[in-house]
Every structure is written in C-alpha cells, then in structure tokens.
Design a protein around this ligand. Structure first.
Ligand code: ZN
Length: 229
C-alpha cells in the first residue's frame, strides 16, 4: 500500500489516501475546542522569550521601541512556542492505537511535508519525509505517521536525529518487522547564510529490521520511495 500525500487536502479522517492537513488553530486561550492531536505549547515561557527577543534586537543595533517592532517580541514568542511545542509531548502517543491486521506487505506514506528548526542556527529546514514499515500483525492509522513526523519536527532538531527518532518510534511501538524512513529537506542555514547554496538538498535515511538486514527488501522499499517501482 502506497499513499502519496502530494495532492492531499482532506480532513482528519483515517481514510487511506487522505492525510490530514493542519487543523485551524484557535488562538484564543478559552477556545472551546482543543485538538488533542496538537502538541500543547503551554510549556513555553512567553514572557521570557519576549525579553530575549528584545535583547537580541537591541544587541544587533535596532531600536526595539520603534513602531514596526513593538509587537515583534510577543509575536516571535508565540511563534517559538508553536515551533517547539513538540518538546512538551510524546510523539509516540499517536502510535498508541494499533489495529490487528493480517497484512504483511510494505505500507508506505510518501511526501509528508514538514518544517523543523535546525538546532545549530534556529533557522527552519523543511522538506518531505517518506515512512515505510513492514507490519507484524499491527498497523496504525495512516495519518498517525504524519502526526508523528509533525511532532518530532516541532523541537530544536538536526535532520539525522529526526530521521532516527521516527524510525525508532515506529519500530518500537508497532513491533514492525522493518522500518524505513527517508527525509529530504532544504536547510535555511545552508541557503541564506554561510555557504549560501540555494537548492541543495539534504537526504537522510534510517533502516530498521529487514530493511537494514536484507538488501533485496531494502532495494524494494527504496524503489517505492523513489517512485521507480
Ligand atoms: Zn543549521
């Protein structure tokens, strides 16, 4: 089973082939509806971030009190709380509900888009994750793989660790016979500063179980991920 999420724009249901887009966030603290799938940003100290942003603005030579910047520290604080909300929740919770299914072929969800923050520069990197697993009697709702990716991404990250974390979670929680995670992304810290190489793509992969041990099975899953099968 292969799910290509490229043109998916559906809601939160679990129908194969339709992955959820991000739910509309209600900014109100007294919001009636709290999506339990969204990581909570309550753990962030907004006031402390605001102060730090003001300090940085002053330190680079800006006037933090000029009109255009007045609301910037509070805005950046809310943004950081959102980008790093994954620090305060366990992404594995999305894999808690599994279904017993007599399906022993590859399950692949391709092109799961994400944006994370590089922990070395606090600049975004974004791209796509492709997640495949070979079930051993336990399968999970397809959208959950996207949920896991989203939540693992929402913390200071390096792409290598992100790839491994996702693979380990799926191997562990689903007792899968094999897990393959491939992530391709563009890093702002490489395109807009330093070496300045726009268009460069960083590719990482993590193979577990049969995908690591058996070259034929690994070639099969990589073929599916690369659209060549
Ligand atoms: Zn970086």
């Amino acid at each position: 089973m292969i799910v290509d999420t490229t043109n998916s724009d559906s809601d939160l249901n679990e129908t194969p082939g339709s992955l959820p887009t991000r739910p509309v966030r209600n900014e109100s603290k007294n919001a009636f509806f709290v999506d339990p799938n969204e990581p909570s940003s309550d753990g962030a100290d907004l006031k402390a971030i605001e102060g730090a942003v003001r300090t940085i603005l002053a330190a680079v030579g800006e006037d933090a009190d000029r009109e255009g910047l007045l609301e910037t520290p509070a805005r950046v604080a809310r943004m950081y709380a959102e980008m790093f909300a994954g620090l305060h929740s366990d992404p594995g919770r999305h894999l808690a509900k599994v279904f017993t299914e007599d399906y022993d072929e590859i399950v692949l969800v391709r092109d799961i888009t994400f944006t994370s923050m590089c922990e070395h520069h606090l600049l975004p990197f974004s791209g796509k994750a492709h997640i495949a697993y070979l079930p051993d009697g336990k399968v999970v709702g397809l959208s959950k793989l996207a949920r896991v990716t989203e939540e693992v991404a929402r913390r200071p990250q390096v792409q290598e660790r992100m790839t491994q974390t996702i693979a380990d979670l799926i191997e562990d929680r689903l007792s899968a016979r094999g897990v393959a995670v491939v992530i391709e992304s563009t890093h702002s810290c490489m395109t807009m500063r330093g070496i300045r190489k726009p268009g460069s793509l960083c590719l990482t992969s993590a193979m577990r179980g049969v995908f690591r041990d058996d070259s034929k099975t690994r070639a099969e899953v990589l073929g599916l991920i690369n659209h060549s099968a």
